[in-house]
Write a protein that binds this ligand. Structure first.
Ligand SMILES: [Zn+2]
Length: 300
């Protein structure tokens, strides 16, 4: 059994909505998958709301009526593609015996209802999206589908229009502080309990992230070349650039305009990196732009 942190309105709303397809939007780590798993227990609990935690269904973990479909980075050729995607064979049957969403959804639940999460509904390739659309149009009565994406705008309109959007907001500081008092972890998490828990459970990785990000802050005091090297190191660390963007107030304590400009530069960099552009070229530009912004006289 699982109990999500926060989102009380969503938890009370979900069982009352008489719909089968949902689109959970919001930032990474905020609790969308956790709430979807909790909903599976709720739908199948023999005792009701909230799920009791003690009945035959609640005691199952993992629950057989829950399925998670995620993008993978492996392509058919075995090479790792840079951009993760959900492929057709994850949604529809292609080869005998290969697990996929449509096959899974075609059999009755062990208890009352099945729930499938498509995590990365914005990362479905075209064929996969078309296959999923058929299921969204006519889902079996026992099935709930939860599409997960950062925002509705990123999801194909044909999929989004057949789903009820449930927007997830970052949790308030008072709730986040029940997880940890560490201000660095709280800044890193930005209201997403999943990110806070990752930092707490991976102290070595989190410390490496802090060191790499602090190095960039120091290098930006020195010059674009040093900044380039420090940024390259930061990119080696998973989530490095995103974490660095939470530290921009150190760089621009007064200039909110410059801070916004720097954030924009970082977002563009992330997009460029995701689309196969040469890393060195992208990082050179990032270093120069950030250095220039950091050197410019700041206005309040
Ligand atoms: Zn139960």
């Amino acid at each position: 059994m699982i109990s999500p942190l926060g989102h009380p309105k969503i938890l009370s709303l979900l069982p009352e909505l008489g719909v089968q397809s949902f689109l959970f939007t919001g930032p990474e780590g905020v609790g969308r998958r956790t709430v979807a798993r909790w909903f599976t227990y709720l739908l199948n609990c023999t005792r009701g709301l909230p799920p009791c935690g003690n009945c035959a269904s609640c005691l199952l973990d993992p629950h057989p009526d829950f399925l998670l479909v995620e993008p993978d980075k492996d392509t058919k050729s075995g090479k790792t593609s840079q951009k993760p995607q959900i492929r057709l064979e994850q949604i529809a049957p292609r080869q005998e015996g290969e697990p996929n969403l449509l096959d899974w959804a075609s059999t009755y639940p062990r208890y009352r209802a099945k729930l499938a999460v498509v995590d990365g509904a914005h990362l479905l390739n075209e064929a996969a999206a078309n296959a999923l659309l058929k299921l969204l149009e006519e889902p079996p009565g026992y099935l709930r589908l939860v599409l997960v994406a950062p925002s509705r705008e990123l999801v194909l309109p044909t999929l989004a229009s057949r789903s009820t959007e449930i927007p997830f907001a970052p949790l308030p500081a008072s709730l986040m502080e029940t997880l940890t008092p560490d201000p660095r972890v709280l800044a890193f998490a930005g209201g997403a309990p999943g990110k806070a828990l990752w930092a707490l459970n991976h102290p070595a990785e989190f410390s490496a992230l802090n060191q790499a990000a602090s190095k960039v802050l120091e290098a930006l005091e020195t010059g674009p070349n040093q900044s380039f090297l420090a940024l390259k190191e930061l990119l080696e660390v998973e989530g490095g650039l995103a974490y660095f963007s939470t530290m921009l107030h150190h760089l621009f304590p007064l200039g909110t305009g410059a801070r916004a400009a720097a954030l924009e530069v970082i977002l563009r960099t992330e997009e460029a990196l995701a689309s196969y552009v040469s890393t060195d070229l992208v990082v050179t530009q990032l270093a120069q732009k950030l250095w220039r912004l950091a050197k410019a006289p700041q206005r309040v």
